[in-house]
Design a protein around this ligand. Sequence first.
Ligand code: GRF
Length: 212
Amino acid sequence: MKRIAVLASGRGSNFQAVIDAVGRGEVPAVCSALITDNPRAYAIDRAEKAGIPVFIVDYDASASKEEYEQALSEVMRAVAADGYILAGYMRILGTGIVREFRGRIINIHPALLPAFPGLHAQRQALACGVKVAGCTVHFVDEGMDSGPIIVQACVRVRQGDTEEMLAARILESEHRCLPAAIRLFCEDRLRIEGRLVRILPRTGESGSTNRA
Ligand code: GRF
């Protein structure tokens, strides 16, 4: 069984989707830690309810970004997870951490990357007038939301959508895509080939897709 650690900064609904999917036996993993930069994150309550150990590396209490990254990398090493899931982790990981844990850090982003990286992705999508939005689960590289894509799902933009309405529908698809991607990771079915993530079929299957 693989061990996964989740990094979250706030509400933690994606973290909850992972907890629930693990609980239903849909993801062959143990969720062994929540790591957060925010001592007030609601994700902490979710972890405590689920009996998952919480590690707080308080960004605001750190003297510098370097000190914070140093403390974060020590916690990441100490929890010794196979995979580290950024589920609403609102900071950019330093290159040292990305290099040390390359191929083992996965992020969820509320847009069809490579369109609309960074903050307020749903607002950016509406401002561009796109008809289709969605979410992306990808491996983390040194760039911003730029690593190899594992799973994507489309969400139709409706006329009159506000940012909140679109974000709510994208969030529903995030809650399906993130566990689906973690499952593939935990089943050792992902191969990173440059920018491409090849999904290996289950024994007895012939094809593969990048859709959840
Ligand atoms: C999600 O939309 C996620 O894609 C983005 O931040 C939001 C976090 O939501 N990175 P939650 O904390 O998982 O509820």
